[in-house]
Design a protein around this ligand. Structure first.
Ligand SMILES: [Zn+2]
Length: 429
């Protein structure tokens, strides 16, 4: 009886969700401005755009005695993981990134309301709550932060995150708390890195759980399914540095395909189609488990490239799971794309978030294993991906099989079950 009730709830959730399915490919390619020019020009204008609120903020407080000027600029260190970096000196929806224990910031010397320290990040003004930074570098970090690959740090960071808009959700209800079910979400050009996207006329859809709500939004990103994506290029890394590993785009590439078309299974079925089938099953299971779901694509095509998908997830979800199948033909099993060592881990925003990505990836693999899904080798493969390069929330590309894997309904069901378990493991449910 109880299981029937659960089934009914799940069926209802699925029904209500299908009503919020996004329209298919409403924009043709020519509505998007020239890719190369757009990427560069928008990158520039985005920098100017971000500068604006700061100017107005400081103008607004210029006559205010709460602004104290100290001796001058100095390096300061972050005292704990998951500290929010904000675009203005106030609490709210202004988080532009997070910092972890030991991260160095350049303080300008301006302190606002005796609470917010103004810092410069990549030449732009930003604000950090004063209590979380210090003149001296924390001891534990001096002892070797970069060596620690333990997921505990990431978990701790998620749990102690400063503010509602951060990391792994919060009691306050997460990033989508005040957004109604079925809301279509497009790329807001003011969001950090939005200017780097070349294809962004499509919309994701927010689907909200109707019961047992956890206040956590999971971005479910069915990989590929964006026509025209292979003929446009975007910066591989937000700072313009070259890719450190090969993959769909080769190592050394400063620009990557905006989004690739994906592979075909050995029987000719397109990967994008199977990714979507898994994504829909995962959505339904997450909703039934009380998670809200940000569905990036719920049709054959959505005009959102990898950067647009990632930036939307950064701003409207608490974690990001991109579903893929790999292009080998050995039915080797599932694995996640882990973060390569070296310079990549010191590049922002990877530096501040890679531990969360690893922890999420490991949780998903554990969930898949529990559900009886075959796992490849150690369950991970290092890869420099656009998704990872632009993610400011826990974010993973998971390859749930390859060209030779079964994509029968029962197999997809098992995978979706495993991923749902993995999400629960990550959030400690
Ligand atoms: Zn793929």
């Amino acid at each position: 009886m109880r299981s029937q009730m659960i089934w009914l709830l799940a069926a209802f959730a699925a029904l209500s969700v299908s009503a919020c399915a996004p329209s298919v490919s409403e924009a043709s390619e020519q509505t998007v401005p020239s890719a190369e020019a757009a990427t560069l020009a928008e990158g520039d204008s985005s920098a100017a755009g971000t500068a604006q609120p700061e100017g107005s903020a400081s103008a607004g407080i210029s006559g205010n005695s709460a602004v104290a000027e100290s001796a001058g600029a100095a390096v300061r260190y972050v005292l704990r993981d998951g500290v929010n970096l904000r675009s203005s000196a106030e609490d709210g929806e202004n988080v532009i990134g997070t910092l972890n224990t030991g991260d160095a910031v350049n303080a300008t010397g301006t302190i606002i309301d005796n609470r917010w320290v103004q810092v410069l990040r990549k030449g732009k003004k930003a604000y950090i709550a004063k209590e979380y930074i210090s003149e001296t570098k924390p001891e534990a970090v001096a002892a070797g932060n970069s060596a620690g690959g333990s997921g505990d740090a990431a978990e701790e960071s998620a749990k102690t995150a400063d503010g509602a808009a951060n990391g792994a959700g919060s009691a306050a209800g997460g990033k989508s708390a005040e957004i109604p079910d079925g809301t279509r979400i497009s790329l807001d050009p003011s969001w950090t890195y939005a200017g780097n996207s070349a294809i962004h006329t499509g919309e994701a859809v927010l689907c909200k759980a109707s019961a047992n709500r956890r206040g956590i939004t999971v971005c479910v990103n069915a990989g590929h399914g964006c026509s025209g994506g292979e003929s446009k290029k975007t910066l591989s890394h937000p700072d313009g540095s070259p890719k450190v590993t090969g993959g769909t785009n080769s190592a050394g590439a400063v620009k990557s395909m905006a989004i690739s078309g994906g592979m075909q299974f050995d029987d000719g079925t397109p990967e994008a189609k199977v990714n979507l089938a898994v994504a829909r099953k995962l959505r339904d299971k997450l909703l039934a488990a009380g998670y809200d779901v940000l569905m990036i694509r719920d049709g054959d095509d959505v005009q959102l490239d990898n950067i647009a998908r990632t930036v939307i997830a950064n701003n409207r979800a608490d974690c990001h799971i991109a579903i893929h199948y790999d292009s080998t033909s050995s039915d080797k099993g599932a694995f996640f794309m882990s973060v390569p060592d070296g310079s990549y881990k010191s590049m922002e925003p990877v530096a501040s978030h890679w531990k969360q990505h690893e922890k999420l990836g490991e949780s998903l693999i554990s969930g898949l294993k529990d559900a009886g899904v075959k796992i490849f080798s150690g369950g991970s493969m290092d890869m420099d991906l656009t998704q990872t390069s632009y993610s400011t929330i826990p974010s993973v590309d998971i390859e749930v099989g390859d060209k030779a894997s079964s994509h029968a309904d029962a197999s997809l069901e098992k995978i979706a079950d495993g991923l749902c378990r993995g999400v629960s493991l990550y959030f400690g449910d």
